[in-house]
Design a protein around this ligand. Structure first.
Ligand code: ACM
Length: 679
């Protein structure tokens, strides 16, 4: 973001810190001006140029949100006024032709705000959608009224593919969840919804040509074609393309339950109820498979208007291919050296079918093969290598490695992953890296907690993909992320509400103040450790504290920032470290412990957190003592050093599938105390 202060030209990060604006994603260029545009009952909007219906509906949604943000009711007749010069917000949209749902839509916009009014100008309707989100994020309040800071913004995305992938197979997600996530995506200017509609655990779309798919493969949880059309249109209105994914030839158990004749082994088959990589797989040697796929893809191609169509292709274990004499004979007839060659053959056939239905193919990076047609796009999830290799081999490619939300990493981790950070590529090759996607795999998410796993962290990924590469100040990102999280809450997303509802349920609807404070010190473990901790099934309740706690502990991050500042300044007196002491004593303090212990006694869902409470108390005690050593500059005795090292080691082992996030800043205090010189 280039922010120019009124008189002085600042470096981007300095200017961002000086500014109180909370735009996310940060715009490409922002010039702060003097003055404020007051938002009052006279608020009005006018449109000149292109009157695309999407602009009209976007304006009416925007007006509702301005009303909601300010509480000021606007009379309908003042909303779109005929005389442009009198409107508070003037919208000018050029006539640049946009191909519907095209990945090269022009999303750029200019927004100029003065004391007298605001003007949003773009070449195309999609730019208006993006600019209106910026306009909404600028609304603030001071002692006098609601206002928008005078600014001049020129903005455009760095990457043209900024996606969110949601798996609706492993746990079903109803329509309202999808719609709310689309609202969230639009608010942070994301433009691709990648809908993972089939996997071993469920086939989730109504097919009229092959109704057994939903009848036998979905447990009754699938989207009707009318629902799909409504969702696609809702997304389109918000400038979001919808890419369906039907994973094949592996991850197809649910599909094969319906049509076992498509597999290489006769079965019988059942919908998969657990997590992992499974054997059922389509048999690429059967001509009847391609007949089926041609009809099926033809039907789905008409339902999903986007030119791209995702066919998965990940984690084919090849066991059924190796077990079938027919497939082995086919491989040797075709002179295929291995299963990768066989999958490449399947993908070539698939690509031709997709092309015949007007679709471009995308697949996970396992599809990469010298025989893969160059028109196929690759989604890199296993490492930078596949990103580089795809670009070198001539494929467009997007990055998802580092954007897996189910790994429960902090926003700062995802924020540090940049698809543009790849060295050693020519300009032509780099240009093939067209963006990235956050991935919400659903082994451990259900409608109760999916939003708290996606938001607000995905906003940090959205910024990485939209904003200039030099926007990377982590503290400033978190400052704005907290704001955006509240905005998303106001927009109707349930990442906060559902989290509280889950904690209330765990507490038997008792007062949750203490439990909530405690939960805010913890983080859940990610997919791998949870899967290793016990056997999970799709029907295992996700109603424990690990399912409710946020993926990231804001309390621990705030403590961490305070500790970092104290360590840098070497300032540990009771006064300068007051906040740190307060945060730590909260968990040594008798009253809160008694209250939470009483809750634990009354809820079977809390029994497992007893040792975690002890761990947090021990950590807080040690952190407090470390601070005392630092204040007195007295090196701790050896026994204390051994004890604290043991505590830190124990704190890295999950309890009830959670970790105490405060261990990170406390470790810094302990290490600094241990590093004090002998006196
Ligand atoms: C994947 O995570 N199996 C694409």
């Amino acid at each position: 973001m280039i922010i120019t202060a009124f008189l002085a030209l600042c470096t981007p990060s300095l200017a961002a810190e000086q500014s109180n604006l909370h735009l996310m994603p940060a715009p490409e260029q922002l010039e702060l001006r003097q003055g404020k545009l007051r938002i009052n009952g006279n608020f009005s909007v006018t449109i000149a140029g292109n009157h695309d219906p999407r602009i009209i509906s976007a304006i009416s949604r925007m007006i509702q949100r301005v009303q909601q943000k300010t509480g000021i009711p606007f009379a309908p007749s003042t909303v779109i006024v005929p005389a442009p010069q009198e409107a508070v917000l003037q919208i000018h949209c050029g006539d640049k032709k946009e191909t519907i749902n095209h990945p090269t839509a022009d999303e750029s916009y200019q927004l100029e705000v003065t004391e007298r009014g605001a003007r949003l100008s773009t070449a195309s309707p999609t730019g208006i959608l993006r600019g209106l989100e910026t306009f909404l994020q600028l609304i603030d309040l001071d002692k006098e009224s609601f206002f928008i800071q005078a600014v001049k913004i020129e903005d455009r995305p760095r990457f043209r593919w900024r996606g969110l992938h949601i798996d609706v197979s492993r746990h079903w997600q109803p329509v309202d969840v999808i719609l709310r996530n689309l609202d969230g995506m639009a608010a942070v200017k994301m433009n691709v919804f990648h809908w993972h509609l089939s996997d071993d655990q469920g086939f989730r779309v109504e097919s009229r040509k092959f109704p057994k798919l939903q009848l036998k493969g979905s447990d009754g949880n699938f989207y009707t074609q009318a629902e799909v059309k409504m969702i696609v249109s809702y997304a389109y209105d918000r400038g979001i393309r919808v890419i369906p994914e039907f994973d094949m030839p592996g991850h197809t158990t649910a599909l094969i339950v319906a049509y076992p004749e498509l597999a290489g082994v006769p079965g019988p088959y059942q919908i998969e109820r657990s997590w992992g990589v499974f054997d059922p797989c389509m048999d690429p040697s059967k001509e009847s498979l391609y007949v089926f796929l041609n009809t099926f893809i033809g039907e789905m191609a008409a339902l999903f208007p986007d030119p791209y169509f995702h066919t998965g292709g990940d984690e084919v274990n090849g066991k059924q291919w190796d077990a079938s004499a027919r497939i082995k004979a086919f491989k040797s007839r075709k002179k295929f050296k291995n299963n990768s060659d066989l999958q490449a053959y399947f993908n070539q056939r698939l690509q031709k079918i997709l092309a015949a239905h007007g679709k471009k193919m995308i697949g996970w990076n396992e599809i990469l093969h010298p025989a893969l047609p160059k028109s196929v796009m690759v989604q890199s999830w296993q490492g930078q290598n596949s990103l580089i290799e795809s670009a070198r081999m001539g494929h467009d490619v997007i990055l998802s490695r580092g954007y897996y939300l189910d790994h429960m990493r902090p926003a700062s981790f995802h924020y540090g992953i940049d698809p543009g950070d790849i060295a050693g590529l020519t300009n032509e090759e780099s240009a093939r890296i067209i963006g990235g996607e956050a991935c919400m795999w659903a082994e451990f998410v259900n409608p109760d907690n999916i939003e708290s796993r996606i938001w607000p962290r995905t906003a940090a990924i959205a910024e990485r993909l939209w904003s200039p590469q030099d926007v990377k100040d982590v503290r400033d990102m978190y400052r704005r992320l907290e704001y955006v999280s509240r905005e998303l809450d106001a927009l109707g997303l349930k990442h906060q509400d559902n989290h509280l509802a889950m904690i209330r349920r765990i507490a038997g609807n008792q007062s949750i103040i203490r439990l909530k404070q405690f939960a805010d010190l913890l983080v859940p473990t990610g997919l791998g450790p949870r899967q290793r901790s016990r056997k999970y099934y799709s029907y295992t309740p996700l109603n424990r504290l690990v399912d409710a706690v946020f993926p990231e502990s804001d309390t621990s991050r705030h403590l961490n920032d305070l500790v970092d500042d104290a360590l840098i300044k070497k300032s540990y007196s009771s006064e300068s470290s007051l906040l740190i002491r307060e945060m730590l004593t909260g968990w040594i303090d008798h009253e809160s412990l008694i209250e939470i212990k009483m809750l634990i006694e009354e809820s079977f869902l809390l029994e497992e957190i007893k040792p975690l409470l002890e761990m947090v108390t021990e950590l807080s005690q040690k952190g407090f003592e470390a601070l005392r050593y630092l204040e007195s500059q007295e090196k701790p005795p050896e026994a204390w050093q051994i004890e604290s090292a043991d505590l830190l080691t124990r704190s890295e082992k999950p309890i009830a599938e959670m970790l105490p996030a405060i261990a990170i800043p406390i470790k810094k205090l302990i290490e600094a105390a241990n590093a004090l010189p002998e006196r």
